[in-house]
Design a protein around this ligand. Structure first.
Ligand SMILES: Cc1cc2nc3c(=O)[nH]c(=O)nc-3n(C[C@H](O)[C@H](O)[C@H](O)COP(=O)(O)OP(=O)(O)OC[C@H]3O[C@@H](n4cnc5c(N)ncnc54)[C@H](O)[C@@H]3O)c2cc1C
Length: 312
């Protein structure tokens, strides 16, 4: 695994580090918060498990400043490089425990290290549930497998698009995509049996097709993606996966933080969670799952964390 943010300096015997701000996650939200807090002259420790969704973006066309688009890996490398210019302590690893200390702060633990912090930002993102198919990474890179119509619906205008889902969740995604192309087909794990009558009438009203038989297999090749359902095959230019997300909110939930009905952390306008001193930004928090939103939320959270520390 490529080191995310520089070498981890903690060993098993290292005593807990003591910092103003601990950041869990080194995607766009975590990196942006680290930059702000370091420039506010706060001691910062950023711990990252190196699984940023940003690294999976073949080319983003809705991130400002790059008229030709930018690959996620190039953007991540640039953000990391900018962060390295500041005295930000970093470690690679998965934070497994986060508890409150008696003085109102927090203590975090990860394999090989621990730290105490007065404020914590959770920037731990989400993970997409991938479809059961070989070569998902190649399909992602080629843009035949996609997760985010908000990000790249514009790139599939008038193209043949599939939506894979395990139930009615696929209907909403298909309707969203119908705005961009009239050629949308829904494929379901259990076949059309998992669609309600209301789903069917919504889909047919919008001119969206659906496959009757359950998905048999999915394969990527020649810059297209083929879905086998029953005895038939449908070839798509792109397949959007609507199989759900794993929201990485468990550290905050174990502290009692509130989540919304979808599982995202509830935050206020300063990006504070319902636990005093614990902030959240990026995909893990309420809002649109977008790079700019992650960065904006992180800037707001970092500014509030800084002011909160000054007020102590
Ligand atoms: C295929 C694809 C295409 C996309 N295209 C676009 C696009 O064009 N435009 C756009 O705006 N957005 C796009 N997105 C969404 C964008 O990538 C995310 O919104 C963005 O990366 C969110 O940033 P984040 O910092 O919240 O989370 P992430 O970037 O996912 O970073 C979270 C980090 O936290 C780490 N982590 C999690 N738990 C822990 C823990 N307990 N301890 C330590 N580290 C932890 C993870 O390993 C990861 O490195 C796309 C996403 C995908 C998957």
């Amino acid at each position: 695994m490529e080191p995310t943010t520089g070498p981890a300096t903690a060993g098993p015997q290292t005593p807990p580090r003591d910092v103003d701000a601990l950041i869990v996650g080194g995607g766009p939200a975590g990196l942006m918060a680290a930059l702000y807090l370091a420039r506010f002259r706060r001691s910062v420790l950023l711990i990252d498990a190196n699984q940023s969704r940003l690294a999976k973006i073949p080319r983003s066309h809705n991130y400002p400043g790059f008229a030709e688009g930018v690959t996620g890996s190039a953007l991540l490398a640039t953000l990391r490089d900018q962060m390295r210019r500041y005295p930000i302590d970093t470690a690679t690893g998965l934070v497994e425990t986060l508890v409150r200390t008696g003085d109102g702060g927090f203590e975090a633990g990860w394999p090989g290290g621990s730290a105490r912090a007065r404020r914590v930002l959770l920037a731990s993102g989400v993970a997409d549930t991938p479809p059961a198919m070989p070569h998902t990474l190649e399909a992602l890179r080629a843009g035949t497998l996609r997760y985010c119509p908000v990000c790249d619906g514009y790139e599939v205008i008038d193209r043949a698009v599939g939506v894979i889902a395990d139930g009615s969740a696929g209907v909403g995604e298909a309707l969203y995509l119908r705005h961009f192309t009239p050629r949308v087909t829904v494929f379901l794990d259990e076949g059309a049996a998992s669609l309600t009558d209301a789903d069917r009438s919504t889909l047919s009203g919008a001119g969206i097709r659906w496959a009757r038989e359950p998905i048999g297999s999915i394969r990527h090749g020649d810059d297209r993606i083929t879905v086998r359902h029953g005895e038939q095959e449908t070839v798509c230019d792109a397949l959007y996966c609507a199989l759900g997300l794993d929201i990485h909110a468990s550290l905050a939930k174990r502290l009692g933080a509130e989540t919304d009905e979808s599982g995202y952390l509830v935050v206020d306008r300063h990006h504070a969670t319902t636990i005093p001193g614990l902030y959240a930004a990026g995909d893990v928090a309420q809002g649109l799952n977008q790079i700019t939103v992650a960065m904006g939320g992180a800037a707001i959270a970092a500014s509030a964390m800084h002011l909160g520390l000054a007020a102590r």
